[in-house]
Ligand binder design. Structure first.
Ligand code: F0G
Length: 385
């Protein structure tokens, strides 16, 4: 019974688009909020104040399952036979899993060639997805899949799909549940296509509208330094959601600049190696509603934070560690106070991208060079961190 065994569908009253007999589940959302002083000390928090929402423990190993069960439910209600996405890996693994487990649809996935970790690619292949490599990166794959899906009438499950965001709201419901419905001071989340941050704000908006909470946490969205469009627009160019009106000029201007100067996303955190986030406007609204901030962190900080998370007994993929690296930066800046209660979302499992981890810890210079040598990352900093 999905309503009992899914950490998403047990909140079905707050996801009102699907009747109970249509709900698709593979047991997603059985995830926990973990309190950790070892990582908290690293970030600079007082005892007991740092929490990790451990979404890597989902069936396909990332937070995407929260949204995919909802998107696949809607797709099946629409009678779809095929569902497609562009992906840096986790969305495709999740879609492939739901399609095979529920036998409802064939998954078609578009990935930037060489831009996906083997852990994630192997999931999509094993679960039987049709896998299309695009010459280019995620941003190119996203463009192509939108064209192909609309031409061929294939159901699109990227986070432009509103039903996915509905499911991802439940990550915040579970955080609040774990905290006894006390409101934390900060939610810190990595930013890629900006679906999660948008979904989280929607969750808090609705809880507030229903009168279930009376205040909301602040939101920190953390970009990787090499994929920092949101940071550029929000923090540097002052682009804001303004009662529904977003001044588009700086956004268009920055997109033109990226085209002209061939600026491409580039980070070890391949899951968030995205420069044209499709949920940009929704995220601007989220930042407005949750009094948000945006930061960018370099690969070095991401990998250092990731190693600390591992030492703390958790483990995640590089993109997820951006949240902890970002919290540490905000603590250092004094934006986050040591006494604040902070929730960092760990979005994907450790085993999703082992090559970055091995390269970081190895004493074999060749292995290090192959993955990290060109990224300005040093191991010395690991030893001294
Ligand atoms: N963390 C992980 C592990 C991810 O896989 C993603 C996105 C994000 C963070 C960023 O989340 O897009 O909601 O801001 N991965 C997508 C994919 C793009 O294709 O798997 P977002």
């Amino acid at each position: 019974n999905p309503v009992r065994f899914s950490g998403v569908w047990r909140f079905h009253e707050l996801l009102p688009f699907a009747p109970q007999d249509k709900l698709v589940t593979v047991g997603e959302g059985q995830t926990l909020l973990q309190q950790t002083d070892r990582v908290g000390d690293y970030v600079g928090m007082n005892h007991g104040q740092l929490h990790l929402q451990y979404e890597g423990m989902n069936p396909s190993g990332s937070f995407k399952d929260n949204g995919m069960c909802a998107a696949v439910t809607h797709a099946s209600m629409m009678g779809a036979k095929r569902a497609a996405c562009a992906s840096t890996g986790n969305t495709s693994a999740s879609l492939a899993l739901y399609c095979s487990a529920t036998r409802l649809m064939k998954a078609v996935i578009f990935i930037g060639s060489g831009k996906i970790s083997y852990g994630k690619l192997s999931q999509a292949l094993d679960y039987g997805a049709l896998t299309v490599q695009i010459a280019g990166d995620f941003d190119d794959a996203m463009l192509r899949v939108r064209e192909v899906a609309s031409e061929l009438g294939i159901y699109l499950v990227n986070s432009v799909n509103p039903f996915r965001l509905e499911g991802q709201k439940t990550i915040m419901f579970r955080v609040l549940e774990s905290l006894g419905w006390e409101i934390p001071d900060w939610i810190v989340v990595p930013g890629g296509n900006l679906g999660n941050s948008s979904a989280f704000a929607k969750a808090f908006m609705e809880l507030k509208q229903h009168g279930l909470i009376d205040k909301v946490p602040r939101l920190a969205v953390i970009n990787a330094g090499g994929a920092d469009t949101l940071y550029e627009l929000y923090e540097r160019r002052g682009v804001r959601w303004n009662a529904g009106r977003v001044v588009m000029d700086p956004i268009v201007d920055y997109n033109d600049k990226m085209d002209r100067e061939h600026i491409r996303a580039d980070t070890i955190a391949s899951a968030i190696e995205i420069n044209r986030p499709v949920n940009l406007k929704k995220c601007l609204r989220a930042l407005d509603f949750m009094d948000g901030v945006v930061r960018q962190v370099p690969d070095q900080d991401i990998l250092d934070a990731k190693a600390k998370i591992g030492e703390g007994g958790f483990g995640c993929e590089p993109a997820s560690a951006a949240s902890v690296a970002g919290a540490k930066l905000l603590r250092r800046e004094g934006v986050i106070a040591p006494s604040d209660r902070v929730v960092c979302v760990l979005t994907g499992h450790e085993l999703k991208d082992p090559s970055a981890t091995v390269a970081y810890h190895t004493s074999d210079q060749d292995v290090f060079n192959k993955t990290l040598g060109s990224r300005g990352v040093t191991k010395a900093s690991y030893a001294n961190r």
